[in-house]
Design a protein around this ligand. Sequence first.
Ligand code: FMN
Length: 470
Amino acid sequence: MAAQSPNVRTCGRLLRGFLYHGKLKSTSKLPLSFSYYSTSASASASATQAAKKIPPSSKKGRLLTGATIGLIIAGGAYVSTVDEATFCGWLFTATKLVNPFFALLDPEVAHRLAVSAAARGWVPREKRPDPSILGLEVWGRKFSNPIGLAAGFDKNAEAVEGLLGLGFGFMEVGSVTPVPQEGNPKPRIFRLPELGAIINRCGFNSEGIQAVAKRLGAQHGKRKLDESASTNSTGIDEGKRGGKAGPGILGVNLGKNKSSEDAAKDYVQGVHTLSQYADYLVINVSSPNTPGLRQLQGRKQLKDLVKKVQAARDEMQWGEEGPPPLLVKIAPDLSKQDLEDIAAVAVALQVDGLIISNTTISRPDPVDKHLLSQEPGGLSGKPLFNLSTSVLKEMYILTKGKIPLIGCGGVSSGEDAYKKIRAGATLVQLYTAFAYGGPALIPQIKAELAECLEMDGYKSIHEVVGADCR
Ligand SMILES: Cc1cc2nc3c(=O)[nH]c(=O)nc-3n(C[C@H](O)[C@H](O)[C@H](O)COP(=O)(O)O)c2cc1C
């Protein structure tokens, strides 16, 4: 019986949320199961009511109605006996049903819908604990798993709680620009579904740092409350397991305005306004859709920029936890010399981490033959995997494994994540595969990754980092 109530409550919450937000009316036209989940008494009452409304036309009709009601009640009764983990698995699997519907919509409309759904909590919440082999500590923070949501999905921090609740070990909001800006004209996101890829030229559409700070401020306060509530009820200090966003870790990715003449000033503004909410900060100098941005990856430019941003962060008042780690996100389209320069700056200035990589302006085979290959913008997804993984490997070797690296680009399975870790990544991020696969992909990737580690006899992620570079 103890296992029943959370399921029933979850269902009730989802349905109530759906009814309330979707402005649907609970009339006799709605399925019986809606009221079934509230209480069993009301369930049978509504079942009787509904049964009354069906005209007792023929014996066949009465039999059919009786059988349907019986099936629904039996189904409901069965659902209420399964344990929470099984029920949670069902919810995640069920999300696959909406993927074909999303695929019919314009990519940006679909994306908007997905973010809104997550912001309203209309997505499943991961209740199953992560396999313990996936837990790791980076920058003094405990991650329950190394799989994160990459920047660009929740640019304005609208859905942090819902997205982290899907079971990501961490997520990154942004890129956020100081002043709100529209980004490039639409259409600016193009699907290449047969290749598991996307071309985008969003150009930092952002509501700006003030809007994001306001949202994170409100959520942050709420999460802190949630955290103390869970500490009280379980006796475990949840805060130590996660970051400022509760049990998950939250990164804030900073960008610059298109019209800004002084890039460093933009990033410093981002640090001043947003770093208090961030478990880590990212200087994004690798988007291909903001003119001149990638030039900031040059040795001198990067050195000047990182120094200024680090100084801005360190001048602020920090508690005993200290300032958030500062990472740099780089492009995959860099020469050997560029990579050596970046590695030298990163090591010399003790940059806390590198994210490798952003999207590519190249069009590797077979993308070059695709109808949309000539659309300007950055390519992400499966065709980016090899390129971004070889840059990751190169950077791991150049930095001698001294700097935590986040591997990003084309990850769509646990095996891909495993390859990134073997190539030098301590943490892994994805965007495009999640956009195609939806919430069900997250538990799948985690389970597959745990299996890869176990099959090769490893006991932890840290043991594997850079295994292919040794
Ligand atoms: C539509 C779209 C928007 C993106 N916006 C950002 C962004 O604002 N900032 C950023 O650093 N990366 C952005 N990215 C890049 C992703 O964070 C990631 O680095 C890249 O897509 C490679 O990962 P993937 O192959 O798993 O998608 C964006 C990617 C896509 C597809």
